[in-house]
Design a protein around this ligand. Sequence first.
Ligand code: M6R
Length: 609
Amino acid sequence: MCGIVGYVGPRDCSDVLVSALTKLEYRGYDSAGIAVFENNEIKTVKTQGRLKDLEDKLKKVGKPEGHVGIGHTRWATHGEPSDVNSHPHSGARVTIVHNGIIENYIELKEFLVAQGRTFLSETDTEVVAQLLDYKYNGNPLETIDSVLAELKGSFALGIMFKDFPDKVFAVRRESPLIVGVADGESFIASDVPAILQYTRDYYLLDHDEIATLSSDGVSFVDEHLQPIEKELKTADWDMEAAEKGGYPHFMIKEINEQPTAIKTTIMPRIRNGLPCLEECGITLEKLREFKNITIVACGTAMHTGMVGKYVIEDLARIPVTVDIASEYRYRNPIVSEGDLVIIISQSGETADSLAAMRLAKQKGATTLAIVNAKGSSIAREADMLIYTLAGPEIAVASTKAYITQLSVVYLFAFELALAKDCVSEAECRRLVSALTKMPEAVQYVIDNCEEKCKYIATKLVTADSLLYIGRGLDYALSMEGSLKLKEVSYIHSESYAAGELKHGTISLIEDGMPVISVATQTDVIPKTISNIVEVKSRGAKIILVCTDACARGLKDGVADYVIEIPHSEELLMPITAVVPLQILAYYTAINRGNDPDKPRNLAKSVTVE
Ligand code: M6R
């Protein structure tokens, strides 16, 4: 995710900006840049690549000399990583850096083009820079305010106006931004670590509040441009804690980042209410050609594939096989020209997934990679590529990568169903609209289920073994819930299709054994409840994750603990239902004294067989 910094003060501004940006490197980025006032002119230096590349460029072209400036690390969303798409972006009298997504940038761009404006980059950010320039009336605060009224989406902006060479302005809506203060100097930053080497004192900017940084200090106005006083906060984190944004572990931080990660991933791929994957090399014409689909992946990514199978088969009526990459690559799989093989991978470097993809290509299949790590091997070698824009996932246990993989698979399935004439355009729009509501739904689940999951986790600490059960999509999701729990808590756990229990596994049930049951799919809920009753009557302790609608119809005593999640479009329920399973796994690990970020014996990226 992009990182923003800004500085006003006596130090060498270029040095401060680059140094502050290094503290935001953990957010992930593919390019970097700064803009600094030098002799009342804004001088911008930016480049694709790492901060080291920016430093080399600054040496080559000459570091801007000044005391007021803004800087940025970019994680590409709109337009590929390139020098020209890097931030800062400018209009004639304005230069900005931006984190987030401007959802209505296409219509704003069309408007500005109609006014004779031209654009250098493919970014949504340049649209904001041009709009600020277009609306500029000599008063920065009024100008920013009138642009805010036009913008839809999430964003944090650092802004410099050419006519105000002693000032930096900052504003945010949903994306993070803080304002740091020290004696005679001030800062803006996406996160606290960027300023910790200079100050521990900072203000949290609220939605649509505008900050003005100058040599006189910092001032704030609200959305009506009325001056406001804000509470000064003091960071008491060390650097490591600060990088975790105040969370005790990356795993729980990343669980909390999921609403933003979903939004960042899906919004650039939706145009006029329909999926648009053209930038990823996927067109309706191309999709019509595929007769068979195989999804190949490992671990959590393979579980995304399991959900994908249910969704694609249901919506697009194409047979989908899901294969474990390490099996696929040695099995002489039946695959040929005209088939689509989808490889899902967070790291893009998993050895088995990479080998499986190469094999599929060799056999003539078209390959589509769904990958999080930019420029990774799988991303580079696939015929078509959709990046999940989850940002860096540090915890070994995958959470936000999984949820963004699901989001991409849904968009892909909707587009495929449309291409195959299996859904009407109106139905496709309805599904896309339901998907856009998922960030909010996930946030609701995080806000409302964490305490309950925390409590239930105290009941799991002493378990030797447990089962996850569900039917249909709930079964696909149970696989992920079970993996999450076992990898961080070290408690043995298995997932089963609920209807399969009676064929052997039910013999494992003994007094007090926890069974985590997922029931979100209305048509099979009565069947799942029967399976729950069967295991309960044999002594199992039932933890039921179900929709609020299902919970209302439950008979007393069916479940020992119920975690209710809001009912939404049923096909999309895995996106919300996975959240309590992740939180349950996290707190069980904590209760057992494990470090959930670094589970024993596991590596984040499995680059060997
Ligand atoms: O990087 P990948 O998505 O290809 O990794 C595949 C698996 O190793 C990975 O999903 C693993 O199962 C998760 N870290 C588990 O949380």
